[in-house]
Design a protein around this ligand. Structure first.
Ligand code: CTP
Ligand code: MG
Ligand code: K
Length: 177
């Protein structure tokens, strides 16, 4: 039970970090370059920037590399063992999932930053899993058992909310969600 909780956090860290890093470090040119979709609304909106994406992925990979190092240094063999590739897939998948979500958010007429329950909380988990499933299916199947998945589903909205409240108080997010 507890070990599955620790495994869940360990596994997801490279996907959790990019969100906060993007909020703290993002800005500048939007990924959609300000262009609009056929419905007249922005394709993604000003909340998705190239700098946020690049630095977010870099931060997620950075944290993942520290995890990889720690696993060998401290022989943490009971934890899910990330590789350089899976760390990258988690980090990039997280922010790609976040962008796909924003695309649909705009199509449903929701403004940038407006809350969209479930989607806002799980976009990066789904993105990380989908990208990893495409390129590292066997690794994912070996490292994601049911208890770990349940913990991820329980913990993710809580950590997401906590991170956003901290981001709001720190002044890097306009809204605490
Ligand atoms: N951010 C960024 N680039 C990204 C993702 C996030 O620059 N690829 C930054 C933006 O400043 C964004 C903030 O992180 O406002 C918070 O991210 P998020 O909550 O995902 O974006 P929202 O502003 O809520 O936009 P949306 O409604 O499209 O989700
Ligand atoms: Mg948001
Ligand atoms: K998000």
């Amino acid at each position: 039970m507890i070990s599955a909780l620790v495994a869940a956090i360990w596994l997801m860290m490279p996907a959790y970090v990019p969100n906060s890093a993007a909020a703290a470090l993002g800005g500048g040119t939007p990924v959609d370059f300000g262009r609009r979709w056929s419905d007249g609304r922005r394709i993604l909106g000003d909340g998705k920037t190239w700098r946020g994406f690049a630095l977010g992925v870099a931060a997620g990979v950075g944290v993942g590399l520290v995890e990889i190092w720690a696993q060998t240094a401290f022989n943490l063999s009971s934890l899910p063992e990330h590789t350089v590739l899976t760390v990258f897939l988690f980090a990039a998948g997280a922010l790609l999932g976040d962008m796909v979500k924003s695309f649909f958010k705009r199509r449903f007429g929701k403004e940038r930053g407006e809350e969209w329950l479930i989607a806002d909380q799980y976009d990066f988990v789904i993105g990380a899993f989908v990208l990893t499933a495409i390129f590292q299916w066997t690794w994912l199947a070996e490292n994601l058992d049911l208890m770990v998945l349940i913990w991820i589903l329980v913990l993710t909205p809580l950590l997401h909310r906590l991170a956003n409240i901290i981001g709001y108080l720190a002044g890097v997010k306009d809204v605490p969600w």
